[in-house]
Design a protein around this ligand. Structure first.
Ligand SMILES: *[C@@H]1O[C@H](CO)[C@@H](O)[C@H](O)[C@H]1NC(C)=O
Ligand SMILES: *[C@@H]1O[C@H](CO)[C@@H](O)[C@H](O)[C@H]1NC(C)=O
Ligand SMILES: *[C@@H]1O[C@H](CO)[C@@H](O)[C@H](O)[C@H]1NC(C)=O
Ligand SMILES: *[C@@H]1O[C@H](CO)[C@@H](O)[C@H](O)[C@H]1NC(C)=O
Ligand SMILES: *[C@@H]1O[C@H](CO)[C@@H](O)[C@H](O)[C@H]1NC(C)=O
Ligand SMILES: *[C@@H]1O[C@H](CO)[C@@H](O)[C@H](O)[C@H]1NC(C)=O
Ligand SMILES: *[C@@H]1O[C@H](CO)[C@@H](O)[C@H](O)[C@H]1NC(C)=O
Ligand SMILES: *[C@@H]1O[C@H](CO)[C@@H](O)[C@H](O)[C@H]1NC(C)=O
Ligand SMILES: *[C@@H]1O[C@H](CO)[C@@H](O)[C@H](O)[C@H]1NC(C)=O
Length: 422
């Protein structure tokens, strides 16, 4: 007992403070918003020369496979661990809201995910033979989905931007440089025309077949797959970026981002004991990319199966709110932190809202109209005014004619008289 002990004690204290200091900055998780892509699926379609047509898949095209179910069950379990202590031990219906697009594969992915996230325990076990309980998943009809199904339809302004994107140097170059390759793909697949926009579908079909151990046609070499992959990834950038990214975002991903930020702001305003803790969206690669392009955090790669974009709202020690984003795109890797450009990882909510303001539309439907064309309502008003004017004109004309008829001894008489004399 002496100087040595004191030194050791000091050292221990120093170590403690070194480890404790970063933790002193504590924050409390208040709300989570998640968007994920469905899991592994069968191809959406096949090409004419493909030996593996729809009957090659147990449930046909575009369906979640058992591998896809496992992927989402695993994601659900990961979320259970991540939000241990935030979500209640047992499922509480007020804590979570789940919305999916109206596709079998996204609805089923959400269900598989929730099976991993909310295994019943204790009083919630309704049948001792199954460790599963039903959790509601909401959807709206595909034709009415203006939130999760991208690209959002009926948007002439967006169509025009896409047409203009096709004229950009980047697009023209890539088409020129791959002319031979795309022609070869068209020839081999029996498709009439394969462009940078449609080539993803060929890759998709081959990729699904490869994942499921089906025999590849002879022309599909490793190099061909690699090239298809690059062009496929490009088609996602093409859809939501490359050219006028911000304006495209206002017509597409900004709609979803605005919706999510509204819910996050509401959660920041609500009291800590407020029930809603998590909103979960089950959708597609295009949904994830549209959102990430609007945030300008897209990594240029098609969103993989069961990849998950995470928003977390925190209340800081000093009472302010911050938003942190993560991207879980690899099951064997911790979610990657995503930093909003020009902000920090724990971005103050007000800054987050301010920095994304330019990509959130005030009125998407209106902004989707071509500026030169008139709004429907304007056309109706215009036509009505024209009709009224025409009616008044006819009325005026008829009145004049009637007055003339009922007054036959007017000027005419005088005139004819004078005519006789001239
Ligand atoms: C089930 O609930 C009990 C108490 O409610 C808890 O002690 C136990 O850890 C829970 N088990 C699991 C697997 O969550
Ligand atoms: C569980 O499974 C066993 C064996 O199949 C069956 O006898 C039993 O009735 C089942 N229990 C419930 C609650 O369904
Ligand atoms: C975009 O191009 C297509 C085909 O060239 C054309 O049919 C369509 O009218 C164009 N859309 C707009 C909004 O200019
Ligand atoms: C397009 O190709 C030309 C000539 O090959 C090259 O000079 C130019 O930098 C390319 N532009 C882009 C955007 O790739
Ligand atoms: C397409 O295939 C046919 C028959 O195999 C061949 O004659 C033709 O040259 C091919 N065209 C291209 C562009 O590869
Ligand atoms: C999210 O915000 C929207 C718009 O404010 C609102 O209509 C919706 O009810 C909110 N969702 C939930 C689950 O509270
Ligand atoms: C949150 O509260 C502030 C101040 O009380 C208010 O100005 C703002 O509109 C509220 N936001 C939402 C989304 O309710
Ligand atoms: C996952 O995201 C990170 C960060 O953007 C990226 O570096 C990585 O390549 C991505 N992995 C896959 C499989 O897309
Ligand atoms: C509160 O804490 C956050 C995160 O540490 C920080 O970004 C913010 O500037 C602080 N605000 C005030 C008013 O101290």
């Amino acid at each position: 007992m002496g100087a040595g002990f004191v030194r050791k004690l000091m050292f221990a204290l120093f170590l403690c403070s070194a480890f404790v200091a970063p933790c002193a900055e504590s924050r409390q998780l208040r709300f989570v918003s998640l968007l994920y892509r469905h899991g592994d699926r069968s191809p959406i379609k096949s090409f004419p020369t493909d030996p593996h047509q729809e009957s090659a898949w147990p449930q046909g095209f575009g369906q979640l496979t058992q591998e896809g179910m496992r992927q989402h069950f695993e994601l659900g379990q990961t979320l259970r661990k991540r939000y241990q202590g935030f979500l209640s031990e047992q499922y509480q219906r007020q804590e979570i809201f789940v919305r999916s697009t109206d596709y079998d594969r996204t609805l089923m992915s959400a269900e598989a995910n929730l099976a991993g996230l909310f295994p019943p325990n204790g009083s919630q076990v309704f049948n001792s033979n199954i460790s599963w309980q039903p959790i509601p998943v909401h959807t709206v009809q595909e034709s009415e989905d203006r939130l999760l199904s991208f690209p959002l339809p009926n948007c002439p302004r967006y169509d025009l931007l896409i047409n203009e994107t096709e004229k950009t140097e980047e697009y023209v170059n890539l088409t020129t440089n791959n002319k031979k390759f795309l022609e070869m793909v068209a020839n081999k697949t029996g498709l009439n025309d394969v462009s940078l926009e449609s080539v993803w579908s060929v890759h998709d079909t081959l990729f699904c077949e490869q994942v499921h151990g089906m025999k590849m046609p002879d022309w599909v070499t490793t190099e061909v797959m690699q090239k298809l992959k690059i062009l496929k990834d490009f088609s996602f950038s093409f859809m939501f970026g490359i050219y006028k990214r911000e304006e495209k975002a206002r017509l597409q991903g900004g709609v979803l981002l605005g919706h999510i930020l509204k819910n996050i702001s509401e959660a920041a305003n609500a009291s800590a004991s407020d029930a809603l803790k998590m909103i979960m969206y089950s959708a597609h690669d295009t949904t994830v990319v549209a959102l990430q392009m609007a945030l300008d955090v897209y990594n240029g790669k098609q969103a993989p199966y069961a990849s998950c974009h995470i928003f977390e709202l925190y209340k800081e020690d000093n009472g302010t709110f911050t938003v942190a984003m993560y991207y879980r795109n690899e099951s064997d890797h911790e979610p990657y932190p995503l930093k909003l450009p020009n902000c920090v990882q724990f971005c103050p909510l007000q800054d987050f809202i301010h920095l994304t303001k330019s990509v959130i539309p005030m009125d998407q439907e209106k902004e989707c109209q071509l500026s030169s064309s008139l709004q429907d309502t304007e056309v109706i008003v215009g036509l009505t005014v024209c009709g009224c004017l025409l009616f008044l004109l006819i009325l005026l004309l008829l009145t004049v004619l009637c007055r003339q008829k009922s007054n036959p001894n007017g000027y005419r008489h005088v005139l004819s008289d004078s005519e006789d004399h001239s």
